[in-house]
Design a protein around this ligand. Structure first.
Ligand code: DGL
Length: 269
């Protein structure tokens, strides 16, 4: 794998751009290929089987583009499809999900403490965070709540807004999330509402934005494999499986600037 090969990033839609942004901030020279599966979003309500099928197709595309590393920039797909994708990709590229780096971080910083987690139905119902922590025999305690309204609310541009404030409050006041010391944002859309969640807690609970944790882990992996791009800044390409103007406009929210989205011509999914 040449160092100049791109990092492939995929999500159900454009929420994973929060991670793409964190990666470009940390490693500005890295070429990036982003794929948002907007034709099938949201993944949070899909079956694991459907998410696995979509993920494998997307990986084919990212492998065709010679990606050196594939990041599953979606908690729902990381929960449902990581093992399958990793086996499928084999040695052709490094595969990273958004959950394992967070478990490592929690082990180092949150051992023995009570944590809350919010995410999609797929992520929360899978119990993946607790399972991974248990499998590693880590002393991490997580109480989870599915918050299916939050991702569509953010996609529609409702954050920093009285409506979003009300919905966030309703969710965070649920009994399961009481008496926690930290809250994991278990969906790649949620960095957008971190400020409002912080305002709700007023410092009583630490809100853990996982995008930086994952971006740092990718840098560590590429460094240790001697795969960081050593040449000049690489290209950034952004594909979606279903293009609309409104998706393109919304990229501003997630990436901090408007990005040109290209429709990827796949219609046999
Ligand atoms: N970005 C996805 C995740 O991290 C959530 C959005 C969706 O349901 O597709 O789980």
């Amino acid at each position: 794998m040449p160092n100049s090969s791109p990092i492939g990033i995929f999500d159900s839609g454009i929420g994973g751009l929060t991670l793409a942004h964190a990666i470009t901030e940390l490693m500005p020279n890295e070429p990036i290929i982003y794929f948002g599966d907007t034709a099938h979003l949201p993944y949070g309500d899909k079956s694991a089987t459907a998410i696995q099928a979509y993920s494998v197709k997307i990986c084919n595309l990212l492998l065709e583009k010679n990606c050196k590393l594939i990041l599953i920039a979606c908690n729902s797909a990381s929960a449902a499809a990581y093992d399958l994708v990793k086996a499928y990709v084999g040695t052709k590229a490094i595969v990273v999900n958004v959950i394992d780096p967070v478990i490592q971080f929690l082990d180092q910083h949150w051992s023995g403490k009570m944590l809350g987690l919010i995410g999609t139905k797929q992520t929360v119902n899978s119990g993946i965070y607790s399972q991974k922590a248990e499998a590693l025999r880590k002393d991490i305690h997580i109480k989870s709540l599915a918050t299916p309204l939050l991702a569509p609310m953010i996609e529609e541009g409702f954050f920093n807004h009285t409506i979003s404030e009300q919905i966030i409050k309703e969710n965070l006041l649920q009994p399961v999330l009481q008496n926690i010391e930290g809250l994991i944002l278990g969906c790649t859309h949620y960095p957008l509402i971190k400020k409002q969640i912080d305002q709700f807690y007023q410092g009583r609970v630490d809100v853990i934005d996982t995008s930086l944790i994952v971006a740092n882990e990718i840098k560590r992996i590429l460094e240790s494999e001697d795969l960081l791009n050593k040449g000049k800044a690489g290209d950034r390409q952004f594909f979606v499986s279903d293009y609309t103007d409104s998706f393109e406009k919304s990229t501003q929210i997630f990436f901090g600037e408007t990005i040109k989205l290209t429709q990827f011509p796949i219609w046999d999914w």
